[in-house]
Design a protein around this ligand. Structure first.
Ligand code: GRF
Length: 196
């Protein structure tokens, strides 16, 4: 029985597309929902074009974060996922929400965790004088960007690099790392994925 995967997005959804396209007939998982907190997320149309059911739970429609998370939880329950992949999802989830899906939520973060949790990771890597940068796929725990690492990809930092240069060079690596980490996770393989 294939694992059911819900993918949460807030924007263009390039990581969602990479994940969805990776889940072919011999893959241990299948995409069952793409959900966005942003009604204008470009990834929603990409998901629809791929034939994946979509949903919007717009955080701006709720008075409080707990109300938003209740709406999010209900939408996810309806899809009954075994795995939830955060893919460019820009809302911080409370400890209570994460604990309701303990051990089932994956995220991709654009840094070599535990370095640079949070935002503006490319600028922070440059400011720190890093020789390398990268991205991490990790299990989501109540602490932000701090859960067990499932895979990491590394790229060199070039002397003339700007934050945008790093983001552009890193994104294709994310599109390789996240699908590889998801496939292992869905198959119950606990070994870490590394690129290169
Ligand atoms: C990516 O850089 C990813 O690392 C971060 O969100 C960015 C946009 O991702 N989590 P996507 O194109 O919306 O998948």
């Amino acid at each position: 029985m294939k694992k059911r995967v819900a993918i949460l997005i807030s924007g263009g959804g390039s990581n969602m597309v990479a994940l969805a396209r990776s889940m072919g007939k011999d893959h241990p998982a299948k995409p069952v929902l793409v959900l966005s907190n942003n009604a204008n997320a470009g990834g929603l149309q990409k998901a629809a074009d791929l034939g994946i059911p979509t949903a919007i739970v717009d955080h701006r429609q709720f008075d409080t974060r707990p109300d938003f998370e209740t709406g999010l939880h209900k939408a996810l329950l309806a899809a009954d996922p075994d795995i939830i992949c955060l893919a460019g999802f820009m809302r911080i989830l409370s400890a209570g929400f994460v604990e309701n899906w303990a051990g089932k939520i994956l995220n991709i973060h654009p840094s070599i965790l535990p370095l640079f949790p949070g935002l503006h990771t490319h600028q922070r890597a440059l400011d720190a004088g890093m020789a390398v940068h990268g991205c991490s796929v990790h299990l989501v725990t109540p602490e932000l960007d701090a859960g067990p690492i499932l895979g990491q990809a590394v790229i060199p930092v070039l002397s003339a690099d700007t934050p945008d240069d790093l983001a552009k060079r890193l994104l294709p690596m994310e599109h390789q790392l996240y699908p590889a980490a998801l496939k292992k996770f869905a198959s119950g393989d606990q070994t870490k994925v590394t690129f290169p």
